[in-house]
Write a protein that binds this ligand. Structure first.
Ligand code: AVI
Length: 334
């Protein structure tokens, strides 16, 4: 169907159009539960998926344009340089399924290289950005069938009917897999193997291990956009959960955990302070840190070992000349 952009539910059925408001309520409930749960832990934490409200998504788009934040730029250049080979290796007429599709900007390059595909299925929890991305992509690729699926991409269990009848290519870009722990990444890959099925292919962007002189500025940029992105979590608590965080009382911090091979982001309390939200009080000690994100980095070999242990056979990995980022093509044959 030309330019189709209706949304779909996790079971692949069309989403009723009435439920945008109900979905917003549900999202607020999930956020409240996650914040209360995370603040009961030591150290306190907020899951990184909550970065991406409308403001956080815009801030991430700004991060992606920063000189210091190489992943988006380098991944796009890898896709551009190798898309013809990727398309050749993958073969024609695959349904393209994108996990955590966001703005779908990079996907346009891939779709262009794949030629005529039966359908593109972007999966994302954010209904509004799915709709916007689908609208933009259908302008870029007139005639492309787009079947957006609103769900948490780590929990997707079924695909729309059209995808069940064709061979499938999964796409997971931006090194979002790095925001999962190794156990979560392995569970995600195993679920994707089940979902995409025997004979499927999977293209995944993965950030590489590298010197701290490059890594730290990527997560602590000179303009302070990443700091605002991180602090937006507290602003979001104020907006949505009736919080009274004083944003100037917390500072952004990004450190590399050598042992775990990951960047860790924190919000650090600059003094002893008490904050209220959802009718409760939380006291933060001076220097107390709220853990907000992990971003794991892999060598090519480490990622291939993780993929192999999770049901996928490595086909090829492309790396840029500066060894900043990798693009992995995997296949699943039982
Ligand atoms: C979305 N994700 C892969 C980004 C990352 O690099 O881990 C999120 C991000 N956090 C700070 N800057 C960008």
């Amino acid at each position: 169907m030309e330019g189709e952009v209706s949304l779909h539910l996790p079971d692949g059925s069309p989403a009723p159009s009435v439920s945008l408001r109900a979905r917003a309520e549900q999202a607020r409930g999930d956020f409240a539960e996650a914040v209360l749960g995370g603040f009961a832990l030591s150290p306190r934490s907020i899951p990184c998926r909550f970065f991406y409200d409308a403001i956080g998504s815009e801030l991430f788009e700004e991060i992606a344009k920063l000189e210091e934040y190489y992943p988006t730029r380098v991944e796009a250049s890898l896709l551009e340089a190798h898309r013809a080979e990727i398309a050749r290796r993958v073969g024609p007429s695959r349904v393209l399924i994108e996990f955590g599709s966001g703005s779908s900007r990079k996907t346009s390059l891939l779709i262009g290289a794949l030629g005529k595909i039966p359908a593109y299925i972007p999966i994302d929890i954010a209904a509004e950005s799915l709709k916007e991305a689908a609208g933009w992509l259908s302008e870029q690729h007139p005639g492309l069938t787009i079947l957006p699926l609103i769900t948490d991409f780590t929990k997707t269990r079924t695909l729309p009917e059209v995808a069940r009848r064709r061979k499938r290519l999964g796409f997971f870009s931006g090194s979002t897999i790095g925001n999962l722990t190794h156990e979560e990444a392995s569970a995600f890959l195993a679920n994707a193997a089940r979902l995409l099925g025997n004979g499927s292919a999977f293209l995944i962007g993965v950030d590489l291990k590298k010197p701290l002189s490059i890594l730290i500025p990527a997560y602590n940029d000179a303009k302070g956009i990443t700091a605002v992105f991180n602090l937006n979590l507290l602003a979001r608590i104020n907006r949505e959960l009736g919080g009274d965080f004083d944003l100037s009382g917390f500072a952004h911090d990004a450190v590399y955990n050598e042992e775990k091979g990951r960047i860790e982001m924190y919000l650090v309390s600059l003094s002893r302070q008490t904050v209220h939200l959802l009718g409760r009080r939380f006291t933060f000690a001076e220097g107390e840190r709220i853990h907000t994100e992990n971003s794991h980095k892999y060598t090519v070999k480490e990622f291939q070992a993780l993929a192999s242990a999770s049901g996928w056979q490595p086909v090829k990995a492309w790396v840029d000349p500066d060894h900043l980022f990798s693009l992995h093509l995997l296949q699943h044959h039982q």
